[in-house]
Design a protein around this ligand. Structure first.
Ligand SMILES: [Zn+2]
Ligand SMILES: [Zn+2]
Length: 1551
């Protein structure tokens, strides 16, 4: 696609952020190393990025072309423009999208050897975009978002667009695969990776980079560059990030690199060498507490396991600096190096070691830690040296000169042994084999690198903070290496070396500076290059100090020691140090914790804490262009066909219907298939808010013939004009379940599901949903026209383009679902029920779904092929098998193997077993939880469970764990369980981060996070000393563990899950580890209950993920055919199809390609046929010679293709099936074009007969020859006389079902001549004569391409609206409503039941109540609700495919009861409303079906109230239920009256 260009590229990267008047934001990027321009659209509602890779649409030849396209060539459409040089990151955080760009850069290293420019970000800009979303967000979250954008970027971050600089120079690895340890915007760049534009966001490093040119006697010039990469594994500020963390990294950890090279003229190879060292705080668990009274911070070392992870730290260094890892081909010096089996790591410790010094405790532990590591033998390849060198004491006692000399003395041997790396960059890969050394190259460079010598091992400097002393000492160490680096490049820094001598100066002794005194060194060395180097270290020291402490470096005057002004700067420096010290203390006390938070958020860490409600993966808005309305809706404005309702550009528009209507129906065709999750309405009306409809039905389906009602009669409360309102849309549920739900009179029980949703219905998922029909019902009282505003459909679309291209996110989704069988074995939810039915039927039955007995039925109804299989167990392998010993269970298992015993029956067996244990046909809380676990392992839905229980006469509600637990206990149980979720998540985040740069740890311990005892699990008996599960012991000699508390031997069954260890450790120490084992007897009962509860929550979410994966798999199968996806390999090969496609399209666009193009109606297929949608899949999607066939019985098929966009169509290309045509199955093709679905409005384009063609083109007949793969496939063109502008193409294929195919045609048959009546299309005879199915001709085809060019079809601003019409509408809209709302006074209010019920007593004599006002809730929906179910981080955007919160949305209802008749006590439900989501505090007015005259009203909030919580940053209310849901002050009653009836008091009581 693009070829690498030498450093800097042909142009500079240019980024334009364009905000239109409509508030829509576009990013226009022209990368330096490409020649074209990409456009990314930031969705104004959800913030999701959109880039479809369509030339002329979001890919352009130049920036100007792109700008012109977006603005329609008019500057007046632009609200603001930001010009930038690079994109640094983007993220959607709830209702805001944040874009970070660099606006000013410095070329810190303009040209690396081999090319590549390293830029420092000098000026950056956060672009904060307010989104139309109405996700409730807490104040704390908003504050944190604001703090994030105050993160300092400028002057401290750098990048290279064309080379990998996250590894020591020169990197062997391509830019696309950076070393995660040093990438600071990995999380912040994920959005670009998801749309396949990862290179459009740079790889951002933190630290310092700069270069200096120096000369020796003005003759041979050299360049020295200093690169300092700050590790992100232990990010944070001094006092908060010190010593080791759980990711095995230390605070202020920096890799430094000193690169020296000789600039050459163009065409010459470039010799260079590099030296690497590390700096960081001491790698043990320690910290410092700053006391305001004491001068120095008091240092402490962790009491528990202070050296935990130290070995892993050194292991990471060993891995990185081990020459043997480079795969060096033995050459001269490198040979001797690779023979060296050990990697030296030399720690230079600069701390005060004197007795009584606070730092001495660290020195002592440092020693001990190394002894500990050596004693454990954990680092067989590493030789760690520790050199103590008390810098401050030495300077005080011996002075600076001797201190430097002493350092050199210590450093000499290790520095020489570690050595440096040397090599050349060669411009051409020709004759590469002639060069001795390790030769390598990658995609980013043109020539190759030849490395002659490699540095092996590393020197690591530390002081307490890795700041001032570290910087100074590392300078003097690096200075010696610098002299040697120069010498090896032929640059002699000897002061006495004359220019003439320098040419033959190879005799100069290597490393000779180490043996000199300070003064000898100063005298004999050319000082100007030294000053240059010192200058680099001074700046670097300040930057590192700024990053860690927020202040400049101290004590840095010593770096000027070679300068004559050294003394002067010393004086100055004393005062400076005092100032800096004060600043550091202030920063620590005031800003450090905030900076820590900023860094964590920037890195995407602990988001569940800082931004608990933010979903990292925004939804897509599929109703936008090219989505459109299939049917026009009549507006009062004749120029509008209603499509403006779908356009964000018209979001302020008030659409008015032509006249009063009973219903208004919108048939929305989505721009791409998706699973529909939400409907976003913009409430629009004039002065009278009753013109907006009051209720709504939603139907969804894959096409017009398969619509299902998913939401019925949802209330739309009256709201202020412009209110954005989200209506969550559940997936369709089965009719049976629906029926049960309807008959259940008491849907919302009074007991709240605090633990988990026991009853939740499970909607189906369909990622191929394409049609959404909204039916709006106006309020009954109105007889005026209806107003509507913008309508948006939000959903989750599969990454089809990536799936077809087998790359990026699409590839991972594809692999995930096609390999889900293996996946299911990884998850902890093993089931012992060994029936294989599940997987073969459920997920992996490609053949079945299409070859089943009645495939046509499936295709027609869209019914899922695997319906009825939901009740099958999830997996076929049992983990627990080996633990089972009880006879009855063995018996049960034997029964399980009989496939006739289904999940429901097994569930009943479990139920009976548990009730037998508990006695009395009842279950206790624990048994009920265990039964639910079994239910989830059996993969039964709540509906299937209830059905099974009812069949044996059990009321399901009697086994609801939520009701079987004391209310006083619920709160503490939920709290423990939530704490467990947080700890589990932290532990996982740390493990994920900690694994960077390391080999994975082999975790042999097989106790999982929960280790919940399943029904039938028994203690091992004799070998176990704990015996927590004592019901019946069995003797077993299986392996046992040791409890870390009571030190007894414990069997697996009697162990508590790993989560218990986390909960236990949580008090006190700062790290989370899951090492060790704790027995159940040493745990609180509440901890065990919390583990069980968390486990249920995890299983529920796994069940949902499982469903989502099945749905994805099914969607894939419906597009490319199950045969294709069952192969499990890389999905689709491309074989030179770009050329083929170009030939077929003749330079035009392919307009009907899936996922943009699709069919409007269901299409019947023959058994074994490829799915109809495969006709539209991209040409390069290899479908293994399968093709689509109509059933043998049909002689005519009508395909209605909806194009991806409005387009000027020039023709259609039909790709012939591999079987080829014969006289009997070559069809007559009739084509129409239209814009809407009405058949009457389509216009006929032409009629062609293929049979006439095959006489003249015999190659279309018979099976395809296999050897012409690379050639243009066999096809037939149907060219239109003139281009036709349309949105739909209707193709009717007809074959004559004749007994014999003996009809003959004249040779002069004209393909374009059949517009008139066709003699062949007379009455068709069915092929009813007996014969094998092969001989019966049927309609078939391989692909259909629609060619032409798409038309930009933006809705224009409504300037075309007729003035008279407009003013008519305006005056109608401005008309005040007849009746106003007035407040009904209440006498008293009472909150009951967790503030979810509000009792209102109405003052006597008040008017009757017509409705109530409810103000939008302020509670948030937290993302983290259970511990991670696997090693996949549920909050990591790249690893997740679907977010449960969208797939099974939490919905609130408000129920109104009124006292009836004379009995004041009896409250009867009078109405129930689904509460849509609005911004917190937005007033919503709900009219009652009829006025209520009761004196007492109850408002009860029901539904998924437990899915909400409060923003923890706003303070813990200590409640189990979110305080933001409290009905206190949230409800007011009103009545309607005419303003004049109330006189001037009216305005006072308006509501
Ligand atoms: Zn035991
Ligand atoms: Zn114990």
């Amino acid at each position: 696609m693009q070829s690498p260009v030498t450093a800097g590229g042909l142009r500079n990267t240019s980024v334009v952020i364009l905000t239109l008047n409509t508030s829509e934001v576009y990013i226009i990027i022209s990368l330096s190393f490409r020649t074209d321009t990409q456009v990314i659209y930031i969705d104004p509602t959800t913030g999701s990025l959109k880039h479809d890779r369509k030339p002329g649409y979001d890919i352009f030849n130049s920036q100007d072309e792109a700008l012109k396209y977006i603005t329609n060539g008019s500057q007046s459409n632009i609200k603001s423009t930001i010009y930038a040089k690079a994109i640094l990151g983007f993220a959607v955080l709830g209702n805001f999208a944040l874009l970070l760009v660099a606006t000013k850069l410095t070329a810190s290293i303009p040209y690396l050897p081999g090319g590549g420019c390293v830029y420092m970000v000098v000026e950056s800009k956060w672009v904060k975009i307010q989104l139309q979303n109405v996700q409730p967000q807490g104040k704390g979250e908003l504050k944190n978002i604001q703090e994030l954008i105050e993160l300092e970027i400028d002057g401290k971050h750098y990048f290279c667009e064309t080379r990998d600089i996250t590894r020591p120079f020169p990197s062997r690895v391509s830019l696309r695969d950076p070393d995660d340890e040093f990438v600071w915007n990995r999380w912040f760049s994920i959005a670009f990776r998801r749309i396949g534009l990862e290179q459009h966001c740079v790889v951002l490093l933190q630290g310092f980079v700069e270069y200096r040119t120096f000369g020796s006697f003005g003759q041979q010039e050299g360049i020295v560059a200093l690169v300092a990469r700050r590790s992100r594994l232990h990010p944070g500020t001094r006092y908060l990030a010190r010593g080791l963390n759980a990711c095995y990294s230390t605070g202020n950890e920096i890799e430094c690199e000193q690169l020296v090279w000789v600039p050459k003229r163009a065409g010459q190879s470039v010799p260079f060498n590099t030296y690497i060292w590390r700096r960081g705080t001491i790698p043990i668990w320690w910290g410092a507490e700053l006391k305001m009274t004491a001068a120095e911070a008091s240092i402490y070392v962790s009491e528990r396991d202070p050296y935990k992870g130290s070995a892993r730290y050194y292991q990471r260094l060993t891995k990185r600096y081990d020459t043997r890892n480079l795969g060096v081909v033995g050459q001269s010096q490198s040979q001797s190096q690779s023979n060296n089996a050990l990697v030296p790591i030399v720690c230079v410790n600069l701390l005060r070691s004197g007795e009584g010094k606070s730092e001495s405790i660290l020195v002592q532990h440092f020693e001990e830690s190394l002894d500990y590591i050596r004693s454990m033998g954990q680092l067989p390849d590493t030789r760690i040296h520790l050199i103590h060198y008390d810098w401050h004491t030495s300077i005080r006692l011996k002075g600076e000169h001797q201190t430097i000399e002493g350092l050199w003395y210590h450093l000499k041997a290790p520095t020489i042994s570690v050595g440096i790396s040397e090599g050349d960059y060669l411009l051409s890969r020709e004759h590469m084999e002639d060069y001795k050394g390790e030769n390598f190259y990658n995609d980013d460079i043109i020539g190759f690198f030849c490395m002659r010598v490699h540095q092996n091992g590393v020197i690591r400097y530390n002081c307490a903070d890795s700041l001032d002393r570290t910087n100074a000492a590392s300078f003097f160490g690096a200075l010696q290496v610098f002299v040697e680096q120069c010498r090896r490049l032929g640059i002699i820094l000897d002061n006495d070396a004359s220019p003439k001598k320098s040419n033959e100066s190879n005799h100069t002794k290597p490393w000779k500076g180490f043996d000199m005194t300070f003064n000898e060194f100063k005298k004999s060395t050319l000082l100007s290059p030294v000053f240059q180097l010192a200058d680099l270290f001074l700046i670097a020291g300040d930057i590192h100090a700024m990053l860690y402490t927020g202040s400049k470096a101290m004590h840095s005057h010593i770096l000027n020691i070679f300068s004559e002004e050294a003394n002067k700067s010393k004086q100055f420096s004393v005062a400076q140090n005092v100032k800096i010290n004060l600043q550091r203390r202030y920063n620590n006390a005031v800003v450090d914790s905030s900076r820590q938070k900023q860094l964590e958020m920037f890195l995407g860490l602990r988001l569940f804490k800082h931004l608990p409600s933010v979903s990292v993966h925004p939804l897509h808005v599929l109703s936008r262009r090219p989505g459109f309305l299939l049917k026009p809706v009549a507006s009062v404005d004749p120029s509008s066909d209603g499509d403006c309702l779908l356009s964000f550009k018209q979001k302020d528009l008030i659409w008015v219907s032509q006249q009063a209507a009973d219903i208004i129906q919108l048939f929305i065709y989505l721009g791409e298939p998706c699973h529909v999750c939400q409907l976003l309405l913009t409430i629009s009306h004039g002065a009278d808010d009753s013109t907006y409809p009051s209720t709504l039905d939603v139907r969804t389906g894959r096409d017009l013939d398969a619509l299902k009602l998913v939401l019925e009669g949802a209330t739309i409360p009256r709201c202020p004009n412009g209110t954005n309102m989200v209506v969550s849309i559940p997936g369709p549920i089965s009719n049976e379940e629906m029926a049960l739900k309807r008959t259940g009179s008491n849907v919302h029980k009074t007991s709240l599901p605090f633990l988990y949703d026991f009853n939740g219905p499970e909607g189906k998922l369909d990622f191929l949903t394409r049609v959404v029909v909204l039916t709006f019902y106006p309020a009954e009282s109105t007889s005026s026209p209806v107003t509507l505003g913008e309508v948006e459909i939000l959903g989750i679309s599969l990454p089809w383009r990536d799936i077809f291209a087998s790359e990026g996110h699409g590839l991972s989704v594809y692999k995930r679902v096609t390999n889900s069988k293996d996946d299911f074995n990884d998850i902890p939810s093993k089931t012992r029920n060994t029936t294989n039915v599940a997987l073969t039927d459920d997920v992996l039955s490609p053949e079945k779904s299409y070859m089943s007995a009645s495939p046509q039925v499936d295709l027609l109804t869209g019914d899922n092929v695997i319906s009825g299989s939901d009740s099958q167990p999830m997996t076929d392998i049992s983990l627990h098998d080996r633990d089972l010993n009880i006879k009855e269970l063995e018996k049960a298992r034997l029964q399980d193997k009989i496939p006739t015993k289904n999940g429901a029956q097994q569930y009943i067996s479990c139920f009976e077993m548990l009730t037998a244990l508990h006695g009395g046909n009842k279950l206790g809380f624990i048994e009920a939880m265990k039964l639910e676990i079994e239910r989830l392992h059996l993969n039964l839905s709540t509906f299937e469970r209830d059905k099974a229980l009812s069949s044996i006469g059990i009321d399901p509600s009697t086994i609801d764990p939520n009701t079987l637990i004391e209310e006083s206990y619920i709160g503490s149980l939920c709290k423990t369980s939530n704490a467990l979720a947080v700890l589990g998540q932290i532990s996982l985040e740390d493990r994920t981060t900690g694994s960077i740069g390391l080999d994975p740890i082999d975790n042999t311990n097989d106790i999982d996070f929960w280790n919940v005892t399943r029904v039938g699990d028994r203690c091992y008996g004799e070998s176990c000393q704990v015996r927590a599960e004592t019901l019946s012991l069995t003797s077993s000699s299986k392996s046992t563990y040791i409890c870390c508390v009571c030190k007894r031997k414990v069997c697996k069954v009697c162990c508590a899950g790993k989560g218990a260890i986390l909960l236990r450790n949580n008090g006190g120490t700062s790290y989370n580890d899951v090492d060790g084992v704790i027995c159940k007897r040493c745990c609180d009962e509440s901890v065990l209950d919390a583990l069980t509860l968390d486990y249920i929550r995890v299983l529920i979410s796994q069940r949902r993920s499982h469903h989502a994966e099945i749905a994805t798999y099914k969607a894939l199968g419906r597009v490319v055919g199950d045969n294709c996806i069952s192969r499990k390999t890389a999905p689709f090969n491309k074989n030179g199809t770009v050329e083929v496609l170009r030939k077929l399209l003749k330079g035009e666009e392919s307009l009907a390609e899936f996922p943009f193009g699709s069919f409007l109606h269901s299409i019947e297929s023959a058994s074994g046929s490829a799915p109809p949608l495969s006709l539209l899949t991209p040409l390069d999607t290899e479908l293994q010679n399968s093709y689509w066939r109509a059933p043998n019985t049909s002689s005519s098929v009508e395909l209605v293709i909806v194009l991806g966009n409005l387009a000027d169509v020039t023709g259609i290309v039909l790709l012939v099936s591999p079987c080829g045509y014969s006289m009997s199955d070559s069809p007559t093709v009739q084509i129409w074009a239209s814009n809407k679905i009405h058949k009457e409005e389509r216009s006929c384009i032409g009629k062609w007969d293929v049979r006439s063609l095959i006489n003249s083109s015999p190659e279309l007949c018979g099976p395809e020859k296999s050897d012409n793969e690379s050639q243009t496939p066999r096809h037939i063109r149907f060219d239109f006389r003139n281009p036709v502008r349309c949105r739909m193409i209707w193709i009717k294929l007809t074959i004559q079902k004749l007994v014999s195919s003996s009809v003959s045609f004249g040779k002069d048959f004209n393909l374009l001549s059949l517009n008139n009546d066709d003699p062949l299309s007379g009455p068709v005879r069915r092929a009813s004569i007996a014969g094998t199915s092969e001989s019966i001709p049927c309609i078939h085809a391989k692909r259909i391409l629609v060619t032409g060019s798409s038309v930009k079809a933006d809705i224009e601003e409504s300037s075309s609206r007729n003035y008279e019409v407009a003013s008519g509408i305006k005056s109608w809209l401005e008309k005040a409503p007849l009746l106003n709302r007035y407040k009904v006074p209440t006498e008293s209010e009472k909150l009951i039941e967790h503030d979810l019920v509000l009792e209102l007593n109405i003052s006597p004599g008040s008017p009757v109540v017509a409705g109530f006002r409810l103000d939008g809730f302020s509670a948030i929906k937290p993302q983290l609700i259970h511990s991670p179910s696997s090693n996949v981080n549920p909050l990591d955007v790249l690893s997740i495919v679907f977010q449960h919160r969208f797939l099974s949305p939490a919905v609130l209802f408000i129920q109104v009861s009124a006292s009836q008749g004379s009995s004041e006590e009896e409250m009867v439900v009078v109405a129930e409303y689904r509460v849509p989501e609005v911004k917190s505090g937005t007033p919503m007015y709900f009219d009652f079906p009829e006025v209520i005259s009761s004196r007492r009203l109850w408002f009860r909030l029901v539904g998924d109230v437990t899915a909400f919580s409060d923003d923890p940053e706003e303070g813990d209310s200590g409640r189990t239920l979110a305080a933001g849901l409290s009905l206190l002050n949230r409800i007011k009653l009103y009545y309607y009256a005419h303003p004049s009836d109330l006189g001037r008091w009216a305005s006072l009581s308006g509501i």
